[in-house]
Design a protein around this ligand. Structure first.
Ligand code: ADP
Length: 439
């Protein structure tokens, strides 16, 4: 409980003391020396407490107040009370800051807290990873000295923060970052940086996809339409033209059919939620069928196609999707290998995994194309691919099928030497079995 010092009480105490001393001094005929001595004692007493107070405040590390006499004890207690209150406030504030920082660390975005002069007050770990800031070394550094990009500097100078700014990361050129500046308080700023690489990529792929679908569908449709108009004409053309028209219409219809089929397959794979895997897919039997089918395709090409199949290697998965992946890879090897080439198809067990590979000694693919091959409609040579009847969707389908089977398409290729497309299904998809014979 706080007790206030009472002026009246103090003065009456001093008055009483001096009165008694004066009285005794008067009796002993030592009035002035007695008053002087009392004043000095009082002064000494006060100085002693000032020293105690000074020692406690500046030298002692103790929080508890020193013992004092009379009203000084109350002064010490008052200071102690204030100190305790300040410490408690401090603790609360520190806990609040810690909570704020923990919260900011948990955010999926990079956060930089900035002062009115654009100097950094604090940044989270993601800001260090995405923007390359160093903490605590970059504390009090100007953000535009660290993100040395003219566009960013203009963004800050113009203070038009209603639109975010898109820039590549100073740490990794391949990352696209979205910078968003928020103003709060008195000219304080919060910089939020988000990695939108994936979003950008998806957006681009989606745009390309829609554009390509319409483009690809338009060509065969226009051809069909053109010939249908001829058919509608009053004057019947000669039989020869009819034959040609019929052939072209048939070709284009087939092509359109293939395209639509693959588009449907692709969107089906993409749209479908997790499908239940079928337990025992007889891949050797499936490959035997595909081997038969490949003969038809190979009739004009005259390749030597060799199938190496582990007859016991069955897997779990989605039958139709796996068939489509095998078929696309085999068909591509046949299509893109010049006549009389060599193609090896293999389905074998390796370290508990099931590995499928198609290797050809065909035209090969230049490195800059390899990583884009699985994009929809991506073709190394547009004209040639169309001539071979390709839709540009085969490898995109393979990629999606493999994603759903926890696998990845590996492509090794060297121009003019050949290519190898392979993937391995994980051990979980391969039932354990006795040592297998290879046919
Ligand atoms: P397409 O229907 O055009 O064959 P894909 O998605 O199956 O579409 O293949 C994309 C492109 O990859 C092809 O256009 C071709 O340029 C290239 N490609 C695929 N497989 C091979 C291969 N075995 N050898 C060389 N190039 C290939």
């Amino acid at each position: 409980m706080r007790l206030l010092l009472s002026k009246r009480k103090i003065f009456s105490k001093i008055f009483l003391l001096f009165f008694i001393v004066a009285f005794i001094g008067w009796l002993l005929d030592l009035l002035f020396p007695a008053l002087l001595a009392t004043s000095l004692v009082l002064l000494g007493w006060n100085y002693r407490h000032i020293f105690i107070l000074d020692k406690w405040l500046w030298r002692d590390k103790k929080l508890t107040p020193p013992a004092g006499d009379g009203s000084w004890q109350q002064v010490f207690d008052g200071i102690y009370y204030r100190q305790r209150k300040a410490r408690k406030k401090n603790k609360e504030l520190r806990a609040l800051i810690r909570r704020f920082r923990d919260g900011a660390e948990a955010l999926p975005d990079a956060i930089v807290v900035l002062n009115h002069d654009w100097t950094i007050i604090w940044c989270n770990k993601l800001a260090q990873q995405l923007v390359g800031l160093r903490w605590p070394q970059d504390e009090r550094q100007r953000i535009d000295n660290l993100i040395r990009n003219p566009e960013f500097q203009t963004y800050i100078q113009q203070k038009q923060f209603d639109q975010p700014l898109e820039l590549s990361s100073p740490v990794n050129e391949d990352l696209v970052l979205e910078y968003r500046m928020l103003q709060y308080g008195e000219d304080q700023h919060l910089l939020i940086v988000r990695d939108i690489t994936q979003l950008k990529l998806l957006e681009q792929v989606r745009k390309d996809f829609v554009a390509n679908v319409s483009h690809e569908l338009r060509t065969p449709l226009t051809v069909l339409q053109g010939y249908l108009e001829v058919m509608d004409a009053d004057n019947l053309p000669q039989a020869g033209i009819w034959q040609k028209a019929h052939t072209v219409m048939l070709e284009q219809t087939k092509r359109m059919d293939a395209l639509v089929q693959q588009l449907l397959t692709l969107s089906r794979i993409e749209a479908a939620a997790k499908v239940q895997f079928e337990e025992h897919i007889d891949v050797p039997a499936m490959l035997a069928m595909l081997e038969q089918e490949s003969h038809t395709l190979n009739r004009d090409k005259q390749h030597q196609i060799q199938f190496t199949v582990d007859p016991a290697l069955v897997v779990s998965g989605i039958r139709e999707e796996l068939r489509s992946a095998f078929s696309n890879l085999i068909t591509n090897a046949i299509k893109y290998t010049p006549n009389g080439g060599e193609i090896q198809v293999s389905w074998v067990r390796q370290h508990q995994k099931a590995v499928f590979s198609v290797t050809d000694n065909g035209e090969g693919i230049a490195p800059q194309h390899v990583k884009r091959l699985t994009e929809r409609f991506y073709r190394v040579d547009q004209a040639r691919a169309r001539a071979t009847g390709g839709t540009g969707l085969g490898l995109a389908i393979v990629k999606h099928v493999l994603q759903r089977h926890n696998s990845k398409l590996m492509i090794f290729s060297e121009p003019k030497k050949g290519s190898s497309f392979s993937f391995s299904l994980p051990a979980e998809s391969v039932p354990k079995s006795k040592a297998a014979k290879i046919s």
